[in-house]
Design a protein around this ligand. Structure first.
Ligand SMILES: [Zn+2]
Length: 172
């Protein structure tokens, strides 16, 4: 059975946190996406689907960010179409993502690696004990800094790539 229809059934059946008291069903927002390369972790909402494409969902009345699959994300934000668009955007950029780290990154005056891609400028830099990334549009109308710190420079670069994927999915 295709992953998506299986996940629909799991949501309908109220698996995992879908039937747990204190977990909101609606009003979530996607704050991050991630391609793990292969199905690796369990969906944090239905707790019954192994997922590869991870939607990070945040809710004002819930203490932690949940890492969930496409259909759970869609129901949580009340917009399954938006979640599907994000997921297909991640899928279509898989090959590009593989080449991302080996592209020619330039070095800024502050000695930070940066690159231009898809109409954005990405800079990664040391923050605290780890690495962070900033994604800005060419005309600086949008400047966004990563919310998390990453252990390695490569992880920060990949997070920036995924962030751009999410921004591109929003535009369509
Ligand atoms: Zn799920």
């Amino acid at each position: 059975m295709p992953t998506e229809s299986r996940e629909e059934q799991i949501v309908a059946a109220g698996r995992g946190k879908w039937s747990k008291a204190g977990v909101p069903h609606k009003g979530w927002q996607c704050v991050d996406i991630e391609d793990l390369g292969e199905p690796q972790i369990e969906c944090g909402m239905c707790e019954s689907q192994t997922i590869r494409y991870v939607h990070h969902m945040e809710h004002p009345n819930y203490p932690e960010v949940l890492e969930v699959g496409c259909i759970c994300a869609g129901h949580m934000e009340g917009d399954v179409a938006a979640a599907r668009t994000r997921e297909s955007s991640m899928k279509s950029r898989t090959h590009k993502r593989k080449r991302w780290l080996s592209r020619k990154w330039k070095i800024s005056a502050k000695c930070n690696p940066w690159i231009k891609a898809d109409g954005f400028r990405v800079t990664v830099y040391r923050r605290g004990s780890g690495w962070a990334a900033t994604v800005s549009s060419q005309n600086n109308s949008l400047v966004q800094h990563s919310r998390r710190n990453y252990k390695t420079e490569d992880q920060a670069k990949l997070a920036a790539f995924d962030h751009i994927t999410r921004l591109l999915a929003k535009e369509t």
